[in-house]
Design a protein around this ligand. Structure first.
Ligand code: AMP
Length: 465
């Protein structure tokens, strides 16, 4: 399969060639003909597999065949959940349309609205937008939707979840009935799938990867550690592993700021990107990180959605996300476009339930590796030490897994209470005894000495049964 056989026009093929793509990715190969034929589509593809070109290339082909946009009108509207993703999608549109007579622009909040109103005046063939600012512009009569031929929702699962659904419904109501709608996302929960279907007419469903899977090119690892020692462990890993470009995910904005301060205290250059930062601060943080001025970018989930950084080798989950699908999105920031990447999660005892939800979603258990000097006080999961070459054992029957899971959570919680109350003989079920009875590691309190490398530190590989 080549781009030529997909039937894309010569100016687009030239732009692709200049960008250096030799052949279409699976999502591009499947989505392009369906979109060129005018179908609605609902496509789920792993992040980093070329989704953006998957809808942009056929969109540009169709738009370039007809007349240009009228003043204040828009012909194709691409909605994204974050400003960064909007900017990034627009960069792609500019690259792929550089040999076409196509006018595109991007609008998002956090910056002045007037320059955006000016740009819309001459009419726009492709408008990339975040929902809130788009509605502001509409209310100020700066944009008309009557000529919209195609509506694209990128990261559609996020666009249709609670935070955005009201805006999306308002925008949908303003769209012409006769239009093409394209939904693209890495993950689709069942609820979102139902909701999405209500927006589409006889959609072609494209699924180039099994639902909610993580890319094979990403090596996933868990380091069990006590909550209060996570920052020290992160600094230790950055130094001993000599990581120079690491994206760290964290749940809260305050947590992100605190982590940046603490890393600075440890002599590590870090910047944060989250919703409380102004747009110019966010842009600067991202560009400092991309240009290597900062080794660490600390990001919250929303801010990091869709960020594409070439060859990002390392992603760290400082804490696990509440929504398991976010884990898939987070680790999709590495191992993109076929390159290798590593995703490490620092997991404390209170996150067992979140970890189990993630493992259930991605249908695999993630390898555990304790770092010498950072072994947790409380064992994270009920785990079994195995030979480092041995493959993780998967639960055989769902029923066993369920029982085991219950025991595991209860056991760990009980272990926490046990250690506080110091009552060794309290009643436990058989399963719970197993967890509680696990001997503390010999070198639990051993701290790594300065200059010690990771290879010198004893590592233990443990797996969830
Ligand atoms: P996306 O999933 O759209 O965020 O794309 C992830 C990365 O893959 C981006 O850096 C794209 O430039 C790159 N990419 C997209 N399509 C191709 C292709 N056909 N061949 C090589 N790289 C690609």
């Amino acid at each position: 399969m080549t781009f030529e056989t997909l039937g894309l026009s010569e100016p687009i093929l030239r732009a692709i060639q200049e960008k250096g793509y030799s052949k279409p990715s699976p999502i591009q190969a499947k989505a392009t003909p369906a979109i060129l034929d005018g179908n609605d589509i609902m496509a789920s593809a792993q992040t980093g597999t070329g989704k953006t070109a998957g809808f942009t290339l056929p969109l540009l082909h169709r738009l370039s065949k007809a007349s240009r946009a009228r003043s204040n009108h828009v012909r194709a509207l691409v909605l994204t959940p974050t400003r960064e993703l909007a900017a990034q999608v627009h960069e792609n549109v500019l690259i792929y349309s550089k040999h076409l007579r196509i006018h595109s622009t991007v609008v998002y909040g956090g910056v002045k609205i007037n320059p955006q109103m000016m740009k819309l005046r001459r009419g726009v063939d492709v408008l990339v937008a975040t929902p809130g600012r788009l509605l502001d512009l509409y209310q100020q009569n700066a944009i008309k939707f009557t000529d919209v031929e195609t509506l694209v929702l990128d990261e559609a699962d996020r666009m249709l979840d609670m935070g955005f659904i009201h805006d999306i419904k308002k925008i949908q109501a303003l769209m012409p009935k006769e239009r093409q709608t394209l939904l693209f996302s890495a993950t689709f929960s069942n609820d979102i799938r139902q909701l999405a279907k209500g927006m589409l007419k006889n959609p072609v469903e494209i699924d180039v990867s099994p639902k909610n899977t993580t890319a094979e090119t990403v090596q996933q690892l868990i380091h069990p550690v006590d909550k209060k020692r996570k920052t020290k462990l992160l600094s230790h890993l950055i130094r001993t592993e000599k990581w120079s470009q690491v994206l760290v995910f964290i749940k809260t904005k305050h947590g992100a700021n605190r982590l940046v301060r603490n890393l600075y205290g440890d002599g590590i250059s870090a910047v944060a990107i989250h919703g409380n930062k102004s747009q110019s601060q966010r842009t600067k943080a991202l560009s400092d990180f991309k240009r290597g001025k900062a080794d660490v970018l600390v990001a919250t989930d929303i801010a990091a959605r869709g960020i594409d950084i070439d060859q990002l080798p390392q992603v760290v989950n400082f804490d696990l996300p509440n929504v398991p699908e976010d884990y898939v999105h987070r680790i999709g920031r590495t191992g993109r476009a076929g390159s290798q990447g590593q995703a490490i999660s620092l997991v404390s005892a209170d996150e067992i339930k979140l970890l189990q939800d993630i493992e259930r979603l991605i249908k695999r258990s993630i390898e555990r590796e304790e770092i010498g000097g950072f072994e947790p006080e409380h064992v994270v999961p009920a785990s079994r030490k195995v030979d480092s070459n041995q493959k993780p054992r998967r639960p055989k029957k769902p029923k066993i897994k369920k029982d085991f899971t219950k025991t595991n959570i209860k056991g760990a919680a009980q272990l926490n209470n046990e250690s506080k109350r110091k009552k060794p003989n309290s009643k436990r079920t058989n399963g719970e005894q197993k967890v509680g009875a696990k001997k503390p590691s010999q070198n639990r309190n051993k701290k790594p000495t300065s200059g010690q490398t990771k290879s010198q530190i004893q590592k233990k590989r443990v797996f969830l049964k």
